[in-house]
Design a protein. Structure first.
Length: 155
């Protein structure tokens, strides 16, 4: 998965949350994404990822034991704050709020960002990290990874 698909995921989830009719207008979202320059393959991959993600969450035998504090957020450590730009951290928070990543995924992203060895981690760096996480089949949050033609595989 590449950065463009992550951008599509953000757009879709934002539109669904913004409108109570989100699920009914998925075809309109798809047409809008095509107008924005995304390919049908990229759009299809994003929708497939979302379908697998939500299907696996609804079929979950043991409920996800995530954070019990829904309105809490993680503060960056002083060292993280000096390396991760405000925009990059905002992007990570956006991914979490849209439920594209979990709190655990957020930690993995921040760990990888710190290991980049750059003086400043930008939004583009975070996009690359997130895309690599998806591409390497590491899964996002629930221990599953997604192959777009298959069911989630629990590790």
């Amino acid at each position: 998965m590449n950065e463009r698909i992550v951008e599509i995921l953000i757009y879709i989830m934002s539109e669904i949350r913004r409108s109570s009719k989100g699920a009914k207008k998925l075809d309109l979202l798809s047409k809008d994404l095509i107008k924005q320059g995304y390919t049908e393959g990229e759009i299809s991959s994003a929708f497939s990822w979302l379908l697998h993600r939500f299907r696996s969450e609804s079929d979950e035998l043991i409920p996800n034991q995530g954070s019990t504090l829904k309105n809490s957020f993680r503060l960056l450590h002083e060292i993280e704050n000096s390396v991760v730009t405000t925009e990059a951290y905002g992007y990570i928070i956006q991914l979490k709020e849209l439920e594209i990543i979990s709190e655990l995924d957020m930690e993995h992203i921040l760990d990888r960002a710190m290991m980049l060895g750059t003086t400043k981690v930008t939004v583009e760096d975070v996009k690359t990290i997130v895309a690599a996480m998806l591409n390497n089949h590491e899964g996002l949050g629930d221990g599953a990874y997604f192959m777009f033609d298959e069911e989630p595989v629990i590790q």
